[in-house]
Every structure is written in structure tokens, then in C-alpha cells.
Design a protein around this ligand. Structure first.
Ligand code: H79
Length: 446
């Protein structure tokens, strides 16, 4: 039985979710001991998702820590720089790995000595939370339910129930006192949510179909505890939901009491997801910093992924993987700043919008909506400079380019609304035309 449903009306829920729904764009930050290894251990290089390097190299926690701890050297002020980059990029919230699967906490934990304060004196979460508050950014925490360090995390049990690679060292999946582990989860989440001020978002990671919820993590206790302390908190559904990666099947919205939003990882579902959802994406195919991965996406790709996601009703959570000293890879700065430059001009088409009213994207781009306006986010100039929408408008609609407010001729024809965009100046990444006026979607002509 579930006891964890927030006692709230639909209206209260809408109010609680509003900043998150309107914000659309967040920054994910993966920082931990893996950042020091930077994708390489014992002379072997790993590519992609190198925050999994302990597992990929088959290391037990002690050997991993012996190699990684000496390399982990957070400089004072690094968290402030992350937050400022997020702010400049137009992110409204951040989700920081307070503890990843390796089990190393970035906060002052009495529940486990395996933390950044004990190791280096740096309370990363404290610096981060203060910087978020100072910059008006919502404060979110990723927290891994898996733990490759804690002796009571029962790797054998998790493996038998479908959690792939439950411990760092494949050879040493442990038996543990899993109830003691659940008590530990509660204690550590208690610390994280009690000692650092406001908590706006918790991003749990992750469950399998066979291992989830109360049995796996004491989920209702965790949810209740966080909600009691922070009644307005927004949380994802991975205390229950198995669907972390594409292979796990189609995305479905889970029951309300299991969390507020669903989290496709590494991909943007073609039709979006029913209910609230957020696509989490990387800049280069890894969450943790890799010294050798140069597979960077371009600003065009990233802006379009953001717009695609928002046009399907989702949020976009884009990852930053700082280096061992907390500094930000140059290319990541460049990419987030490029998105920020685009957002500065075009943010009206992103913040506070809803999904496209049209069932399909168009050959030239995608659409978002807000009130009586549509935002036509053009990736390419439509054929002959003429943009046709299956949309019947009343009165006298008007259209303008967001970049320079130049007006765009718009007329009604049988079968829809026609805009002559041939004269507008195409911008880097995507060019937005705002179409203002009441309208109604028409069935698409074959
Ligand atoms: O923190 C990031 C990932 O490390 C984490 N979620 C995001 C936000 C995540 N943990 N597990 N999973 C995602 C799904 C499991 C993926 C795997 Fe693999 C595929 C595990 C083994 C094969 C990726 C590739 C990791 C190792 C190889």
C-alpha cells in the first residue's frame, strides 16, 4: 500500500509544479571521484558514461578510492562558477549529484565518512546551495539509490531483481543487511534535506521493474520525509520507475504518488510522455568528466534538442561534467554560453510555454504555445520562404520575428494560415517567429 501521496488538490499540485513546468531548462551537474579519474584508470581509457568507471574497471570500493581520492581536488568557489554558468545559459534550476553510484557524498555526512568534507574539507553541497540562492536558481539534488561503497547495500539482491551491475566490482556483488542500508538512505537523505536550506528538487536514481519502491529503498518513508521538510519539493519517479534508458520500453507516466515527473535519459521521446517529463542529455555522451572524449555536440544540435523537447511538453536537463578541481571544461563553457546567447533573444518561445498544438513537427522546425500566441521555431527556411500552418485564426493575426521585432506578413487561406518568412534574417541555431491571435488546429491534409 502507498502512503506517500502528497495530500494536495490538483490546483495545489499545479501551483507546486509551476516553477518547474515554466522553467523548462535545467543544468545537470555530475561531479564526484570519477571526475578525478577523468575516464582513465590503470592506463586503460573508457569512453562514454565514465561516472561508471569503478564498475567498468571492476574495482571494489577500497581500490577505487585509493586511486581516485588523491586526484579529487575541489577548488574553493568552483560550485559558484557552475551556478553562474547555469544562470548565464538561462537554466532555471540545477540538479547536482550529491552522491552517485560510487557512494561518495559531496556533503558533510555523519552517516558515512566517505564524503568530500572528510576527504578534502570541501562541503560542495553547501557552496552550491549558497550559490543557487544568491543567483535565484532552484536548488536540486541527484541522489543515487545504488551504492557501490556501503557494506550493507545488497548487490546480490539488487542483481537478482534486475538492477544491472549493482556493485562496482562485478566479482564482489555483496550480500548485505539491506534493511540497514535502507536506514542509511533515510539518514543520509535526512542530512541532505535538513542541513543546507531549501530543497526544490530531488532526482532519485534508479530502480528496476523488479527492484523498486518500499522493498528496495523504503521509498514511501523517503518521499514522506522529504515532503514533510520541504512541502513544495518536486521529485522524479525513479524510486519506482525502471525506465531510465530507451531499451527499457516506452515511457509511461507513473502514478502521482510515485513522483512528479518521468525521466527519459539520453533521448527525447518522439511523442513526448504523458504527464510531466524531463529529458536528461549530455554534451558529449558522458555524464562524468572525461579527459579524452571530444565528441561534443554543436550549439545547433543542443538548441534544437531543447526546442524539440519543449515543443513536446518536456523539460530539458543538460549536463555539465566539471574536472577534478571543479573547473569547467572550456568546450562546455562555450556550449552553455552559446545556448545562453540564443536564449537571451528567444527565451519567450521557451519559458512558460506548452507543447505544440500540432500532432507532428514540421519540415522547417517545431512549435510551442503560450496564451493566444504560437512560437514557430524555425531550424530551416521553409520552401520558397512560405510557412503554412494547418491553423484557422480569427480576427487579424499578426506575426513578428523575435530577434528584431520585424513584422512578418500573415494571411488566412483555405486550409490554414500562411506566413511569408522569406525576408526574415535567419539566426544561429533557430529563428523564432511569434504568431499572435486566437486560432484552432485544422486536420492535416494528406
Ligand atoms: O547519472 C547518469 C547515469 O550514470 C545514471 N543516470 C544518469 C543520470 C544511470 N545509471 N544507470 N543507468 C543510468 C542505466 C544503466 C546503464 C548501463 Fe551501462 C548500461 C549500465 C551498464 C550498461 C552505461 C554504459 C554505464 C555503463 C555502461
Amino acid at each position: 500500500m502507498l502512503h506517500a501521496a502528497p495530500a494536495e488538490t490538483e490546483q495545489e499540485r499545479d501551483g507546486r509544479m509551476q516553477w518547474w513546468r515554466d522553467g523548462k531548462f535545467g543544468m545537470f551537474i555530475h561531479y564526484g571521484l570519477y571526475s578525478g579519474l577523468a575516464g582513465e584508470v590503470d592506463g586503460r581509457k573508457y569512453d562514454g558514461c565514465v561516472e561508471w568507471i569503478q564498475n567498468m574497471a571492476g574495482l571494489d570500493s577500497d581500490s577505487y578510492a585509493a586511486k581516485a581520492l588523491p586526484l579529487f581536488k575541489p577548488q574553493r568557489g568552483c560550485a559558484k562558477a557552475w551556478v553562474e554558468l547555469a544562470r548565464d545559459a538561462g537554466c532555471k534550476y540545477i540538479v547536482l549529484t550529491s552522491k552517485h553510484h560510487e557512494g561518495f557524498a559531496l556533503f558533510d555526512s555523519k552517516a558515512s565518512e566517505f564524503n568530500s568534507v572528510k576527504a578534502t574539507g570541501a562541503d560542495i553541497v553547501k557552496e552550491y546551495a549558497e550559490a543557487c540562492r544568491a543567483n535565484g536558481i532552484k536548488t536540486g539534488y541527484y541522489y543515487s539509490l545504488l551504492d557501490w561503497h556501503h557494506p550493507d547495500y545488497d548487490g546480490k539482491l539488487a542483481l537478482s531483481r534486475g538492477i544491472s551491475y549493482p556493485s562496482g566490482n562485478l566479482k564482489t556483488h555483496r550480500f548485505g543487511n539491506h534493511d540497514a542500508y535502507k536506514a542509511f538512505l533515510k539518514r543520509q537523505i535526512g542530512e541532505l534535506t535538513s542541513n543546507y536550506g531549501a530543497v526544490d528538487l530531488i532526482w532519485w536514481d534508479f530502480s528496476s521493474r523488479g527492484f523498486q519502491g518500499d522493498e528496495a529503498w523504503g521509498a514511501s518513508d523517503l518521499l514522506r520525509m522529504v515532503r514533510d521538510k520541504h512541502p513544495q519539493v518536486v521529485m522524479n519517479n525513479r524510486l519506482y520507475d525502471a525506465a531510465t534508458v530507451k531499451d527499457h520500453g516506452p515511457m509511461t507516466a507513473t502514478a502521482r504518488e510515485k513522483g512528479d515527473f518521468t525521466t527519459p535519459e539520453h533521448y527525447i521521446p518522439e511523442k513526448g510522455v504523458r504527464g510531466d517529463w524531463e529529458a536528461c542529455m549530455t554534451l558529449n555522451g558522458t555524464w562524468g568528466y572525461s579527459a579524452t572524449n571530444n565528441d561534443w555536440k554543436t550549439p545547433e544540435v543542443l538548441v534544437r534538442q531543447l526546442a524539440d523537447t519543449v515543443s513536446r511538453g518536456g523539460n530539458f536537463l543538460l549536463n555539465l561534467g566539471p574536472k577534478a578541481d571543479g573547473s569547467i571544461p572550456e568546450e562546455s563553457v562555450r556550449l552553455f554560453q552559446a545556448i545562453g546567447a540564443w536564449m537571451k533573444i528567444n527565451q519567450e518561445a521557451i519559458y512558460g510555454t506548452t507543447a505544440s498544438p500540432f500532432a507532428e513537427p514540421f519540415p522547417w522546425g517545431v512549435v510551442t504555445g503560450k496564451g493566444d500566441a504560437l512560437y514557430l521555431i524555425m531550424y530551416e527556411m521553409p520552401k520558397d520562404g512560405i510557412l503554412k500552418l494547418p491553423y484557422a485564426m480569427q480576427g487579424s493575426p499578426s506575426a513578428q520575428a523575435l530577434a528584431d521585432s520585424s513584422s512578418v506578413p500573415v494571411r488566412q487561406e483555405e486550409g490554414g494560415t500562411v506566413l511569408d518568412v522569406s525576408k526574415i534574417r535567419m539566426m544561429p541555431c533557430a529563428t523564432v517567429v511569434k504568431l499572435a491571435g486566437k486560432g484552432e488546429v485544422l486536420p492535416m491534409r494528406q
